[in-house]
Design a binder for this molecule. Structure first.
Ligand code: NBG
Length: 824
């Protein structure tokens, strides 16, 4: 008998094998031939061919998981910022050379096809990219994991500049086909919304509540491969797309209104139409709540009904799964599991609660109070009436528990209520997650400490064992091995290639920091990376960059707390010093200031700041007095693809948030790993980077978190800094004078007056410390050998920031899952 569970064979891992398969895909899959094929045809055929090489592994992984029923992680995340897929797949399957050669033999340039891939921008920034790094690490570490999220039809907007101002364009990433996904419409699940609840009496005479939904939509799963690095494992990422149910439009159609029926379809499909472009500052929009419930309801349904065997006893659920809540976006999964167990399976409340508490863990990603999601009771009750009842019930029990623990402290009990009463009655999702989750973690040591001491202090007091830290990490596959092939080769030639999956091995580079030849080779790699970037920026943006300048980079979302304006004040100060004659241009270190940042479309101050960066850039770049020694480069539409080119070329990494505001940062890690030195505050993961790389190899400046708290408590007066600091005053006056806005004083008035009146993130208080630190940077940079030594030490000492290490920490402290090596 043939083994019908392995019906396919992997194409031959040779140039010929690849070429045959590729041509077959081009002919039979794309329906064209080499003479007629467009670049997109070739790209799609190649991508599908590469997929074939991973398919046997994927099916084997699924089969083995079904047989073993090993405990898995379900990573629930509203965002997965994947970046381009092709190179990662080639790396995982060890195919890059075969494909390059194979294509070349047909007269096709792999580099050209690469550029045809549109990156799936299904995330805003750090949070979504972190999710992508985590699933990469789990696959590489052989840990069973399924990522669950939303297949947004439009990802993060494409940023363009018009006269220096941000204009958003839709990101129609699916327009030319999406070869990395596998749709499964036959496995669609139904998700209900709206309606009301009603009481009824069950067979045993107990009064129970049930949900009578008002409308429903279908969730269609799209599967993506998540290949481990050369280890034979391929995990799954399952993203949900919304469709109208048959009943939905038929009902209306039967009523005779065809146009209305089509509109109904649009209404349903809107749920997965677009990613909300707010980073760290959610807005309480109904559609966003629909998205959140939509994807977790689909995911729970999928896991319980499709992934688990039919006879699975849900009392054992915690042995089989842990649902990791990536921030509060998926927290509605908690009442959803309760509803399934109590309403659909008829469990007792207490039994259901005991199991639910063991199945969830929550990661908090913020310290900004405005970023802690709340949903108004009115909205939640309208959209998910039964879930609201369940949340109330959870809260009732929780309040009773608290009153028993703190009989004389009603104030505290109310403070901790999952339901806020002011300014409107609303559900605090972070509190719900903390009460229900088995663990709560922050994303860097300082952040986790501040969560315990401040944001969730009452809770950490009440549940001391729930709180833990897992410092973020980044995948060395994408951000070193793929993004920086030159450095990868250099490292491998020195210490072998084990570092790709064991990043602590980078420590072995440490002695080479003192080896002049190694340093020279290291500098050569950096220079080659700069030259590559120069080409990319010229081609992509028409920007000219001089590779012989220090590349000083600040790339991240535009947010006041991250303080792009502080960086800008440094640029304006240098400009002022040179143009006023206070400093001779020959004495200025030639620098290119590279910015990359998207602003949330509704965030006015952020958009103003983008306008100001471009305005300062225009003046600085065109001033002959600066002789091209100071340049501002602000390519539009910063994304993962551009990050992979920018980071390896950087000399200086700007991580200058106000202390106590950046939960972790992950860009900071990518720069250090690629040999840039950091100028940074004592914030987020900067703290750990500095501890590891050493004070001599890091430019620390600025107020510490407790100092910030003290100043704010005392009452912060930005004008006093303005009055007392001459160069700060000059810089701000210059902006206010219209020097960067064609003499128009009104254009950037909001930024200046905001800094002078409120300055919520203490830009002015940290200004002088920042300028001083930049002078230390200049001095250090002047000593090329010493600078290179520091850069090498940054690489050698940053192995801790691998997301493989983060995953090990999650496994040890939170998930208690185990690797499952593939069958050999
Ligand atoms: C972001 C933080 C970053 C952190 C990432 C990943 C949100 C809500 N938070 O500091 O601002 O690095 O999460 O943890 O997007």
């Amino acid at each position: 008998m043939t083994d019908n569970t392995t019906p396919i064979a992997t194409p031959e891992h040779t140039v010929d094998g690849f070429v045959r398969e590729f041509l077959r895909e081009l002919n039979f899959g794309q329906g064209t031939d080499l003479t007629r094929a467009s670049v997109n045809d070739k790209y799609l055929a190649m991508a599908r061919t590469v997929r074939h090489y991973l398919m046997v592994r994927w099916l084997a992984t699924l089969r083995r998981q079904y047989q073993l029923q090993a405990k898995s992680v379900a990573y629930l995340s509203a965002e997965f910022l994947l970046g381009r897929q092709l190179d990662n797949a080639l790396l995982a399957a060890d195919l890059d050379e075969v494909v390059e050669e194979g294509l070349a033999s047909l007269g096709i340039d792999l580099a050209e096809l690469r550029e045809a891939e549109v990156e799936p921008g299904l995330g805003n920034g750090g949070l979504g990219r972190l999710a992508a790094c985590f699933i990469d690490s789990l696959a590489t570490m052989n840990v069973p994991c399924i990522g669950y999220g939303i297949r947004y039809e439009y990802g993060i907007f494409r940023q363009t500049f018009v006269d220096g101002w941000q204009v958003e364009k839709p990101d129609n990433w699916l327009a030319l086909g999406s070869p990395w996904e596998f749709p499964h419409p036959e496995s669609a699940v139904t998700v209900d919304f709206g309606g009301h609840t009603e009481q009824y009496t069950d067979e045993s005479g107990t009064t129970r509540s049930r949900w009578v939904p008002g409308w429903s939509v279908l969730g269609v799963p799209y599967n993506y491969m998540v290949p481990g690095f050369e280890n034979g494992r391929v995990n799954t990422l399952r993203l949900w797309s919304a469709r109208a149910t048959r009943a939905f439009d038929l009902e209306i159609f039967n009523a005779g209104d065809y146009a209305q029926a089509v509109r109904a379809q649009t209404f349903a499909e809107n749920i997965s139409k677009v990613l909300y472009p707010e980073d760290s500052t959610p807005q309480g929009k109904e559609l966003r709540l629909q998205q959140q419930y939509f994807f977790v309801a689909c995911s729970l349904r999928d896991f319980l009904d499709q992934v688990l065997p039919h006879d699975f006893d849900l009392r054992n659920l915690p042995d089989r799964i842990v649902f990791q809540l990536n921030d509060t976006h998926p927290v509605i999964a908690i009442p959803e599991l309760m509803r399934i167990l109590v309403d659909e399976r008829g469990w007792e409340w207490s039994e259901a609660w005991a199991i639910t508490q063991k199945c969830f863990a929550y990661t908090c990603h913020t310290l900004l109070p405005e970023a802690l999601e709340v949903w108004s009771v009115e909205l939640l009750g309208k959209l998910l009436p039964r879930h609201l009842e369940i949340i109330y019930r959870i809260n009732e029990d929780f309040m009773a528990e608290l009153r028993e623990a703190y009989p004389d402290d009603e104030l505290r009990v109310r403070r901790m209520s999952i339901i806020a009463e002011y300014p409107e009655r609303a559900v605090r999702m972070a509190y719900l997650a903390t009460v229900a989750g088995s663990k709560v973690n922050g994303v860097a040591a300082l952040h986790s400490q501040l969560l315990k001491d401040k944001v969730l202090h009452d809770f950490s007091d009440h549940y001391p064992d729930k709180f833990t830290n897992v410092t973020n990490g980044v995948t060395p596959r994408r951000f070193v091995r793929l993004a920086n092939p030159g450095l990868s080769e250099l490292i491998t030639s020195a210490i072998g290639d084990g570092w790709v999956t064991d990043l602590d091995k980078l420590q072995e580079l440490e002695p080479l920091a003192d080896d002049a030849d190694f340093r020279a080779a290291f500098r050569q790699v950096k220079r080659a990376n700069k030259l590559r970037l120069v080409d990319v920026l010229a081609e992509r943006d028409g920007i000219t960059v001089d590779p012989d300048t220090m590349l000083d980079v600040m790339v991240k979302r535009l947010h006041e707390y991250k303080r792009q304006t502080l960086k800008l004040l440094h640029v304006v100060t240098l400009y002022d010093q040179v143009t006023s004659g206070a400093v001779k241009i020959e004495d200025v270190t030639p620098r290119t200031f590279a910015f990359g940042a998207k602003a949330a479309p509704g965030y006015r101050m952020a958009k103003q700041t983008i306008g100001l960066i471009n305005a300062v850039g225009r003046v600085v770049n065109n001033d002959p007095a600066l002789q091209g020694r100071l340049t501002v480069a602000f390519p539009a539409n910063y994304n993962v693809t551009l990050a992979e080119k920018l980071i390896p070329a950087a000399d200086l990494s700007e991580q200058i948030s106000l202390a106590g505001k950046e939960a972790s940062g992950t860009g900071n890690m990518k720069f250090a790993l690629n040999g840039a030195l950091t100028i940074g505050t004592d914030d987020g993961a900067n703290v750990e980077i500095r501890e590891l790389v050493g004070d001599d190899n890091f430019f620390l400046f600025g107020l510490l978190e407790p100092e910030v708290a003290e100043i704010v408590d005392r009452g912060y007066h930005p004008t006093s800094y303005y009055e007392e600091n001459r160069s700060l005053r000059h810089a701000l006056d210059l902006i206010a004078s219209g020097a960067f806005s064609g003499g128009d004083r009104a254009t950037f008035e909001p930024i200046v007056s905001n800094l002078l009146s409120e300055d919520r993130f203490l830009v002015l208080a940290d200004y002088q410390a920042y300028i001083d630190a930049q002078e230390r940077v200049d001095e250090a940079y002047a000593d090329t050998e010493a600078w290179t030594r520091s850069a090498v030490l940054n690489v050698a000492r940053s192995g801790f920031f691998s997301s493989d290490r983060s995953m090990r920490d999650y496994i040890d402290r939170i998930w208690h899952t185990h690797p499952v090596p593939p069958e050999r």
